[in-house]
Design a protein around this ligand. Structure first.
Ligand SMILES: [Fe+2]
Ligand SMILES: [Fe+2]
Length: 158
C-alpha cells in the first residue's frame, strides 16, 4: 500500500473506531462470563498498548518514524478507547478504599504466589537470570502492597 493510501486507511480506521456506538446501559447485571471476558479483553488491550509503544520506540530507533506513528496511534486506541470502554462496561474501580483493597489483592498475589512460583519454575528450567529477576520484582510488589496498605490505613484515619 502506498503512503497516501495507507494514511487514508489509517484515518478511516481511527474515525470508525472513535465513532463506534456508545455503550448502551445494561438493564441487568452482567453475567459472570461477560465480566470474565471483559477482564480478559482488558488484559489484552493493556498488554497491546505497552507492546505497541515499545514497538514504536524500536521503529523510531530503526529510522522508521511513520511506522512508529502507526504503532503509537494503535497503542492510543487500545488504551484510551478499547480498554477504557471495557473498563466502563465492567464499572472498574470506585471508592478509594475498595480500589486500594483491589490493588492490594493483586500486589499480594504477585508478591507471595505468582512471582515466587515463576522464579521456582525458571530455576528448575535453568533460566537463572529470569528467576532472579522474578524474585526482585516479587520484592517490588511487596513494596507496592505495603504502600497501598499504609494508604488504606491513612484513609481510615481521615
Ligand atoms: Fe484493541
Ligand atoms: Fe506492582
Amino acid at each position: 500500500m502506498n503512503r497516501t493510501l495507507f494514511s487514508a486507511a489509517m484515518s478511516v480506521a481511527v474515525l470508525l473506531s472513535t465513532s463506534a456506538v456508545a455503550a448502551l446501559p445494561e438493564a441487568k447485571p452482567l453475567s459472570a462470563q461477560t465480566r470474565a471476558n471483559l477482564e480478559a479483553a482488558m488484559h489484552g488491550e493493556a498488554y497491546a498498548n505497552l507492546k505497541y509503544l515499545r514497538f514504536a520506540d524500536q521503529a523510531e530507533a530503526a529510522g522508521k518514524p511513520a511506522l512508529a506513528k502507526l504503532f503509537r496511534a494503535s497503542a492510543n486506541i487500545e488504551a484510551n478507547e478499547h480498554f477504557d470502554r471495557e473498563a466502563q462496561a465492567l464499572q472498574l474501580g470506585g471508592a478509594n478504599s475498595a480500589n486500594l483493597e483491589d490493588a492490594m489483592a493483586g500486589e499480594h498475589y504477585e508478591n507471595i504466589t505468582m512471582y515466587v512460583n515463576f522464579a521456582k519454575q525458571a530455576e528448575a528450567d535453568g533460566d537463572v537470570k529470569v528467576a532472579a529477576m522474578f524474585r526482585q520484582i516479587a520484592v517490588d510488589e511487596g513494596t507496592h502492597f505495603d504502600a497501598y496498605k499504609a494508604a488504606l490505613a491513612k484513609l481510615a484515619d481521615e
